[in-house]
Design a binder for this molecule. Structure first.
Ligand SMILES: *Cc1c(COP(=O)(O)O)cnc(C)c1O
Length: 425
């Protein structure tokens, strides 16, 4: 069933570290051979052995309308003939910035980059430059890309592989990154008090997606917002996962809380390498060439990447019912999974907001990294492989959110619920 993927994985390991270009793809937590994908269309992935899968990763979020979405494919095809890059400004970049501002009203200025990592790394540098302070606060299990400052108690692959300290990140850098538990407002207040006048920024995933899906408890983000206002700290929403997924205006709109700076990735590029950071004018004006906080990129605002993201965001803006449809589908899946799991003797909890959802095997509510880590990873492994054999491709780690795409049919969701039922019965 996986023979060609197995061959390709052996071959890949001869010339690519671990056979993959990003660690979680290696299936290390769940075991087995990663699938080598040949193509995808709509809600389905096709591997090199010709197997078809219902896709719950959606390239970790970007393919929100499904794979090879016709208007995006066409827009790229048309654009690419004009050259793949100029290294000079284009009108399309203005249109992209204007479109983002129209969807996210509190973004005054926005700078395009090429990944979520770059967006978060730049936002932190900017917050430090703006405030003249060094320290940042992040939350255990939150992932903000692989820049040095963020690899302290990080989520996603860092958690999946149980890496405690990352070799290569200097103690000096780590010392400026303070951490506390997600949803623990009192701990944030204490950290700020103990480091008075030294904290430049608090960065958070407004809905966490890199330790499974974890919702902010009422008052958590609101409390940080007031604290940041009182202490002159820059509040950064890392919306790389949630941006343009939870609502046209992302988590800010969905939760009704404004950040000072926002970072984007994933959906913003429709599957092309795109990230962005933006926010309040007074802060964004510190970025070069307006200010001295240096940040640059040879391929930033790349025309082919921009037309892909622009076409997708335009579609999302023109048809806001897409968000309601996605949410209905995810709620339907939630209800179906809940029914079959509650009828079994499996201990579980399901977290969901909008089109982000995750199933945790354990009897406790999952509200932060330690409760996520206390779940039964072995059971997740068997569940993952059972689902894969049933033609359903879940994220290959218990520490990742599932991402629904709007090409999924109710029949696909029913199949997913039935396969879960077969797993527990
Ligand atoms: C994926 C992710 C990043 C990193 O984005 P890359 O494009 O992989 O560099 C940062 N923050 C969050 C919340 C993410 O989910």
């Amino acid at each position: 069933m996986y023979s060609r993927s197995q061959q390709l994985f052996s071959r890949a390991q001869q010339s690519i570290p671990g056979g993959v270009n990003s660690p979680v793809r290696a299936f290390k937590q769940v075991g087995g051979t990663p699938l080598f994908i040949k193509k995808a269309k709509g809600a389905y992935l096709y591997d090199e052995d010709g197997n078809q899968y219902i896709d719950y990763i959606a390239s970790w979020g970007p393919m929100i309308l499904g794979h090879a979405y016709e208007p995006i494919v066409e827009a790229i095809r048309e654009k690419v003939y004009d050259s793949t890059s100029y290294g000079a400004p284009t009108e399309l970049e203005i249109e992209m910035a204007e479109l983002i501002k129209s969807m996210v009203p509190n973004v005054d200025l926005i700078r395009m980059v090429s990944s979520g990592t770059e967006a978060c790394m730049s936002a932190i540098r900017l917050a430090r430059g703006y405030t003249g302070r060094n320290k940042i606060i992040k939350f255990e299990g939150c992932y903000h890309g692989h820049a040095d400052s963020f690899l302290v108690k990080a989520g996603s692959g860092v958690a999946t592989f149980n890496i405690q300290t990352v070799p290569g990140v200097t103690a000096g850098v780590s010392a400026d990154t303070l951490t506390c538990a997600y949803n623990d407002l009192a701990a944030v207040q204490q950290l700020v008090e103990a480091n008075k006048g030294e904290v430049a920024a608090i960065i958070v995933e407004p809905v966490a997606g890199n330790m499974g899906c974890i919702l902010p408890q009422p008052g958590f983000l609101e409390g940080i917002r007031s604290l940041c206002d009182a202490e002159g700290i820059v509040f950064i929403f890392d919306e790389v996962m949630t941006g343009f997924r939870l609502a046209p205006g992302g988590a800010q709109e969905k939760l009704g809380i404004n950040a000072d700076l926002v970072t984007y990735g994933k959906v913003i590029g429709a599957g092309m390498p795109v990230g962005a950071f933006g926010g309040k004018r007074a802060i964004m004006e510190c970025i070069a060439p307006l200010g001295n906080v240096y940040q640059a990129g040879t391929l930033s605002g790349n025309p082919v990447a921009m037309i892909a993201g622009f076409t997708l965001l335009n579609e999302l803006k023109a048809k806001p019912e897409i968000f309601a449809q996605l949410e209905e589908k995810t709620a339907y899946l939630h209800k179906g999974l809940d029914e079959v799991l509650s009828a079994s003797n499996v201990e579980y909890s399901i977290n969901r907001l909008g089109s982000m959802i995750s199933v945790h095997f354990g009897k406790h509510a999952v509200v932060d990294f330690s409760t996520a880590a206390a779940c039964n990873i072995e059971q997740f492994k068997t569940y993952f492989h059972h689902m894969l054999r049933s033609g359903i491709y879940l994220p290959p780690s218990a520490y990742e959110s599932w991402f629904l795409n709007n090409a999924l049919s109710y029949e696909d969701l029913d199949k997913t619920i039935q396969a879960t039922n077969a797993f527990v019965s």
